[in-house]
Design a protein around this ligand. Structure first.
Ligand code: G16
Length: 542
C-alpha cells in the first residue's frame, strides 16, 4: 500500500560540496531522510518509469536508509532500482553502474571520509545519468524542492532481503540486486595491463593497501589479491564496518598513520595505498616516499601513455583550483589544455562529457578519468601499479625523475576544523573586501603579485560559479589559497592551501613544511589565525 505522508520543509537540507551531509542522528530523525529523498525525486522531475542505481558505503544506518529509499522509489513509480548486494556500492562502482546500465541516475549513501556510526556522519548524494555528482542546477532544484515540500510517498512493505542476488519485486518496481564488485573489476581489467601488474607481483613486489574498514576492502581484495596475485594479506582492514572500526577513513598521512609508519619503517613494502569511506579517494606512498595528491595527478598525467586505456593520449586535464599547479606544467609539455575548476568533482563533469579532459584530480585525494564520472581510489592505485610495472622504477625514483623534469611544487594544506562559523565567515569577507589593496603588498618576505576571489566560467555550458576561494599569487612563485570547506557537519572548517615551486636541481628533497615556511608565515600575517580562532596551530596538516 502506498502512503502519502503530510510533512513540512526541514531547514538546512542544502546539498554541499558533495551531497547532503549531516550527523547520523539528524538523518535518523523522523521524516528527515524521507523529506530529502522526496525532494530529490521532485527536484529531478519525478522517478516514474525511471531506472535508478542505489547503494552506499555500508556505514551505520546504510541498511535502513536503503530500505526506506527503495520503498520511496517504488511508491513514486520507479521502473527498476539496481542495488548493490547488502546495500553496498562504492562511489566509483555506482558511477560505473549508472553509465553501464544507462540508468537515469543514482542515490549514493555516504559521508565519504567523515567518521561513521551513531555519533558520526551520514550523507546522501544524487548522481545524474552521466554517472557524475548532480551539477549545481540540479542540486539547486533539489534544495528548492526541500523548501516547498508538503508530503512524501512511501510504500508500506516489509524489508527486502538485500543479500539475495537477482530480481525482486516491490509493488510495481523491479529491484535488481547485483554483485557490487564484478562490473567494476571488469572495467579495471579493460583499462590496465593486468598481465604486467601480475608479473610485478610475481617478481616479489610487495604492497600494503589499507581499506580503513571501509567500502574498498572487498574491491581491493577481489582485484589486487584475487585477480592480480598480490600476496594474501596485502589488503588490510578489508571488512567494511558500520563505524569503520572507530576510525576516520580519510586516506592521508594523518589518518592513515599506521600505513605511513609502516612505509617509513625498516619493514616497508615497495608500495602503500589507502582509500576512504566510499572508495573514491586515494593515498599513494612509496617506501619512504609520500606522494601528495597533486603530485600523483601530475605523475599520472605524465605517464598515462604507458597504460593501455590511455595509450592514445590525453585530450586535456583538469584540477581543482586549490590543487597544486604541478599538473599544469605536464599539460604544457604534452601540449594539451589544463582547466582549473572550483572544488567539487561535479565541476569536472562537463569537461569529461565534452571530451575536453581525460584526467582530473584534486588536492583532497581525488584522482580520476573519463572512465566514470567520479573520482576513483582503486583506479589511482592501479594507475600507479601499472606505471611502476612499465617504468621498472620505485616510487621514489619516479618522483625524483618527475621533479627533475618538471620542477617541484611543495604543497601542504592546513585545516582549522570546527571553528566558529561567524569568525570564519568574517575572515573570508574581510579578505574579499581587502583584495584590491593586496596586489603589490608584502606579506613577510613575500610580495603579492595578484589576489582574487576565484570564479569559474564553465567553458562547456557557460555557467558562472563565484566566490570559490581567495587565491593569492606571490612574485616568488608561491601561492596561498583560502576557502571554507563544504563538507563539514559542525561549525566551519577553514582550509589554507600552501604552495611553492622549486626549480632544482638543488632543494628538491626538503621537508614540505620547511620549504613552505615563508608561505605559512605570510598566511598567518594576513589572517591571524591564532588570535581569530584561538588555536595555536592548525588541527590537521597534510
Ligand atoms: C568531496 C568532493 C571533492 C572535494 C572534497 C573536499 O569529496 O567530492 O570534490 O574536493 O569533498 O571538499 P571541501 O574542501 O569542500 O571539504 P568527498 O570524497 O568527501 O566526497
Amino acid at each position: 500500500m502506498i502512503e502519502t505522508i503530510v510533512t513540512r520543509p526541514i531547514d538546512g537540507q542544502k546539498p554541499g560540496t558533495s551531497g547532503l551531509r549531516k550527523k547520523t542522528r539528524v538523518f535518523q530523525e523522523p521524516g528527515y531522510l524521507e523529506n530529502f529523498v522526496q525532494s530529490i525525486w521532485n527536484g529531478i522531475g519525478g522517478v516514474q518509469g525511471k531506472l535508478l542505481v542505489l547503494g552506499g558505503d555500508g556505514r551505520f544506518f546504510n541498511d535502513q536508509a536503503v530500505q526506506i529509499i527503495l520503498r520511496m522509489a517504488a511508491a513514486s513509480g520507479a521502473a527498476r532500482v539496481i542495488v548493490g548486494q547488502n546495500g553496498l556500492l562504492s562511489t566509483p562502482a555506482a558511477s560505473h553502474l549508472i553509465r553501464a546500465r544507462g540508468a537515469d541516475g543514482g542515490v549514493i549513501l555516504s559521508a565519504s571520509h567523515n567518521p561513521g556510526g551513531p555519533e558520526g556522519d551520514f550523507g546522501v548524494k544524487f548522481n545524474t545519468a552521466n554517472g557524475g555528482p548532480a551539477p549545481e542546477r540540479v542540486t539547486e532544484a533539489i534544495f528548492r524542492a526541500t523548501t516547498e515540500l508538503e508530503e512524501y510517498r512511501i510504500l508500506r512493505a516489509p524489508d527486502l532481503d538485500l543479500g539475495e542476488l537477482g530480481i525482486h519485486r516491490l509493488h510495481e518496481t523491479e529491484v535488481e540486486i547485483v554483485d557490487p564488485v564484478a562490473d567494476y573489476a571488469a572495467l579495471m581489467e579493460r583499462l590496465f595491463d593486468f598481465d604486467a601488474i601480475r608479473a610485478l607481483f610475481a617478481s616479489g613486489f610487495r604492497m600494503r593497501f589499507d581499506a580503513m574498514h571501509a567500502i574498498t576492502g572487498p574491491y581491493a581484495r577481489a582485484i589486487l589479491e584475487t585477480r592480480l596475485g598480490a600476496p594474501a594479506g596485502s589488503v588490510i582492514n578489508a571488512t567494511p564496518l558500520p563505524d569503520f572500526g572507530g576510525g576516520h577513513p580519510d586516506p592521508n598521512p594523518v589518518w592513515a598513520h599506521e600505513l605511513m609508519a609502516l612505509m617509513t619503517g625498516p619493514e616497508a613494502p615497495d608500495f602503500g595505498a589507502a582509500s576512504d569511506g566510499d572508495g573514491d579517494r586515494n593515498m599513494i606512498v612509496g617506501r619512504g616516499q609520500y606522494v601528495t595528491p597533486s603530485d600523483s595527478l601530475a605523475v599520472i598525467a605524465a605517464n598515462a601513455h604507458l597504460v593501455p586505456g590511455y595509450a592514445g593520449g590525453l585530450k586535456g586535464v583538469a584540477r581543482s583550483m586549490p590543487s597544486s599547479a604541478a599538473l599544469d606544467r605536464v599539460a604544457e609539455a604534452l601540449g594539451i589544455a589544463c582547466y582549473a575548476t572550483p572544488t567539487g568533482w561535479k565541476f569536472f563533469g562537463n569537461l569529461l562529457d565534452a571530451g575536453r579532459a581525460t584526467l582530473c584530480g584534486e588536492e583532497s585525494a581525488g584522482t580520476g578519468s573519463d572512465h566514470i564520472r567520479e573520482k576513483d581510489g582503486l583506479w589511482a592505485v592501479l594507475m600507479w601499479l601499472n606505471i611502476l610495472a612499465a617504468r621498472e622504477q620505485s616510487v621514489a625514483e619516479v618522483m625524483a625523475d618527475h621533479w627533475a623534469r618538471f620542477r617541484r611544487n611543495y604543497y601542504s594544506r592546513h585545516d582549522y576544523e570546527e571553528v566558529d562559523s561567524g569568525a570564519a565567515t568574517t575572515l573570508v569577507e574581510e579578505l574579499r573586501a581587502g583584495l584590491d589593496r593586496l596586489a603589490g603588498a608584502r606579506l613577510g618576505v613575500l610580495r603579492v603579485r595578484t589576489a582574487e576571489d576565484f570564479s569559474y566560467s564553465d567553458p562547456v555550458d557557460g555557467s558562472v560559479t563565484t566566490k570559490q576561494g581567495i587565491q593569492i599569487h606571490f612574485v616568488e612563485d608561491a601561492r596561498l589559497v583560502l576557502r571554507l570547506s563544504g563538507t563539514g557537519t559542525a561549525g566551519a572548517t577553514l582550509r589554507v592551501y600552501l604552495e611553492r615551486v622549486v626549480a632544482g636541481p638543488e632543494g628538491l628533497a626538503e621537508d614540505p613544511q620547511a620549504a613552505l615556511a615563508e608561505v605559512i608565515a605570510a598566511a598567518e600575517e594576513l589572517c591571524m589565525f591564532k588570535t581569530r580562532f584561538g588555536r595555536a596551530a592548525p588541527d590537521v596538516v597534510t
